[in-house]
Design a binder for this molecule. Structure first.
Ligand code: PLP
Length: 381
């Protein structure tokens, strides 16, 4: 959808793009300055494979300060974006014949990370009326001896759902009982609008569950640094060492300038993060209130990330511009054609009937876009 948006914009078509997966703010200036200084100071060479010691120290301090987690720098691996952290975590831990639980709706890359490790994703549904927490009855009924791990993503892409501590604790207990590895993708940790974020590993430690948790985090969303490609993982030393070996053969290390900038991001002024979060919260409330005005569309208020995931199933199997809208791929195409509004079909995330809207665009665009969408939806017969 992002490609379609770019092509249409290049043709001069006035579109509203709700498909964006990154903050629309610039990287804060102190971080940019740190990167420029890094280049001037000659930090333009390979770094230690697991990441610069200074950066890994800054990550340990951040994990202690913000997440209440103490780690040694040897338990940290810096990667080229969290996507690489997640992918190599799967390749290190899983192999052919293994199964890995992925919660549905899922971020599209999770099943592929598992398949790239030659393992098989097993999908477990979540409950849209309960912050998209797992359907534990289904999880228990799908348990097999081949399951070796589980991937958690709270706050979630695509739903924005944030799991309560109770659900995380329940999952950790099941993981411990069954010797499953837990990979926790926490890239949206700073974008929780109601209540506080608690890291899965913190809940694990506080409750003495002792499940094996690999926490993956990113600078991408927190500091608007998606293009810098800096993410990291924290976990048991042996696993991090294995991941580091794999990453070392593939990409040597993460980019040196980005790592220096990352030190400033974590240690510098956090005012930007607070401002960004405030403005996302306002936009979330705005888009939810506007979506609620569209007849027959229901939308839970997600507590985090910058996505909403309303249910349009009442418009499936109806007609728009004389075409049958048999799924959300058709519905998103219709919305694009009729309203020039770009959305992401939920079927791509394993969730039929839903559509993902990102509110990483300004409030005026949100108002204009949802207004156009409403007019288009009202024409469906
Ligand atoms: N995890 C989730 C759920 C995401 O939505 C994204 C990016 O969209 C990532 C991980 C990737 O983060 P990074 O840019 O650090 O690779």
């Amino acid at each position: 959808m992002a490609t379609v948006a770019a092509e249409m914009q290049a043709e001069g078509i006035d579109i509203i793009n709700f498909s964006v997966g990154e903050p629309d703010f610039n990287t804060p200036i102190n971080i940019i300055k740190a990167a420029k200084k890094a280049m001037d100071d000659g930090y333009t060479k390979y770094t230690a494979g697991s990441g610069m010691i200074e950066f890994r120290k800054a990550i340990c301090e951040k994990l202690e300060r913000e997440n209440g987690l103490s780690y040694n720098k040897e338990d940290i691996l810096v990667s080229n974006g969290e996507k690489q952290s997640l992918s190599i975590a799967c390749q290190t831990l899983f192999q052919k014949g293994d199964q890995v639980l992925v919660f549905r709706p899922y971020w599209v890359s999770f099943p592929e990370f598992v398949r790239l490790a030659d393992a098989e994703p097993i999908f477990i549904d979540t409950l849209s009326d309960r912050n998209f927490e797992p359907n534990f009855n289904q999880l228990i009924s799908k348990k097999t001896d081949s399951i070796k791990g589980v991937i958690i993503n709270s706050p979630s892409n695509p739903t924005g759902g944030v799991w309560g501590e109770g659900a995380i604790l329940e999952l950790l207990k099941i993981a411990k009982q069954n010797n499953w590895f837990v990979i926790s993708d926490e890239c949206y940790e700073q974008l929780v609008y109601d209540g506080n974020f608690t890291s899965v590993e913190k809940i694990n430690r506080d409750n003495k569950i002792n499940a094996i948790v690999i926490t993956c985090m990113s600078l991408s969303k927190t500091y608007s640094m998606t293009g810098w490609r800096i993410g990291y993982s924290a976990g048991p030393h042996d696993i991090i060492k294995g991941m580091s070996k794999l990453q070392g053969q593939a990409t040597s290390c993460a980019n040196s300038i980005g790592q220096k900038a990352g030190i400033e991001a974590l240690n510098g002024d956090q005012g930007y993060v607070i401002k960004m979060k405030k403005s996302f919260k306002k936009r979330r409330d705005l888009i939810i209130s506007l979506l609620k005005e569209i007849p027959d569309v229901s939308c839970a208020t997600p507590r985090g990330a910058f996505y909403v995931f309303p249910d349009f199933s009442k418009y499936i199997n109806r007609y728009g511009n004389k075409k049958l809208l048999k799924d959300t791929f058709d519905l998103s195409d219709y919305i694009l054609e009729e309203a020039k509004v770009i959305t992401v079909p939920g079927d791509g995330f394993g969730a039929s009937g839903h559509i993902r809207f990102s509110y990483a665009i300004n409030s005026e665009a949100i108002k204009k876009g949802i207004n156009k969408l409403k007019l288009a939806i009202e024409k469906i017969i």
